[in-house]
Write a protein that binds this ligand. Structure first.
Ligand SMILES: *[C@@H]1O[C@H](CO)[C@@H](O)[C@H](O)[C@H]1NC(C)=O
Ligand SMILES: *[C@@H]1O[C@H](CO)[C@@H](O)[C@H](O)[C@H]1NC(C)=O
Length: 213
């Protein structure tokens, strides 16, 4: 009942879409199990929506969608994507460890100039404001010079969101992305990396370390 009273207060406090409720400490939503949820916490379907929004940006990119689902101060960290941009080379053009896309504009420029890439979302997890997804692709590899059959690429993406308000078309905008995946397999698929397939499967750890294991 404590929750119910606050739920009403919470609903009343929902103002215009741009007005962000900031009081994280107030438990305002009753999850039906006598434990209250934090006011600004996303639920499962909102987390799925964020995951699907990101998947769409990569598999069916449009600028209108990008502007609708991404925060203006978007940042994307992915050394795996940087490895693809750099064709696996150590000296750029994009430095490792730095944002791969330092703004929404940069992401839009990159995404609009490459083929759409489809993949399957394998799992989605979330807390109040962050969505984690595990994916596998490509389905199929759209790139020229692609190896056939291609290797599957599996990755993990952590998406930090920016809460807009539950009455907004997108209550949680994609704000900061941390995305890593099997870029070695992807570079193989692109015919950039040519593996030594007579290797014994023990490329790492090195033999000296392995002997002590
Ligand atoms: C990606 O998909 C979107 C939505 O279907 C489409 O508008 C866009 O032209 C596609 N991009 C490319 C490079 O094919
Ligand atoms: C490929 O790996 C095998 C096994 O480690 C090695 O003996 C061989 O020299 C490698 N070939 C090349 C071209 O590196």
């Amino acid at each position: 009942m404590h929750c119910t009273a606050l739920l009403v207060a919470g609903l009343v406090s929902l103002g215009a879409c741009a007005a962000v409720e900031t009081n994280n400490a107030i438990d305002a939503r009753d999850d039906g199990t006598n434990s209250c949820k934090k006011q600004n916490c996303m639920d499962d379907s909102q987390a799925e929506k964020v995951a699907d929004n990101f998947a769409h940006l990569v598999s069916a990119y449009t600028k209108a969608d990008a502007e609708a689902v991404m925060a203006p101060d978007f940042l994307d960290y992915s050394d795996s994507v940087t490895a693809l941009i750099n064709s696996g080379c150590p000296n750029g053009p994009v430095p490792y460890g730095a944002p791969t896309f330092a703004s929404r504009d940069q992401f839009e420029a990159g995404q609009s100039s490459q083929p759409n890439i489809t993949f399957t979302i394998l799992s989605v997890w979330h807390n109040c404001d962050t969505v984690i997804l595990r994916w596998r692709g490509p389905l199929p590899n759209p790139f020229p010079n692609a190896i056939s059959p291609q290797q599957a690429v599996t990755g993990l993406i952590v998406i930090e969101t920016s809460f807009q308000g539950f009455n907004c078309p997108q209550p949680f905008l994609i704000k900061t992305v941390f995305s890593e995946f099997n870029s070695a397999a992807w570079l193989y698929d692109l015919s950039v990396f040519v593996p030594n397939c007579t290797a014994d499967g023990f490329g790492y750890p090195p033999a000296g370390v392995r002997a002590k294991m």
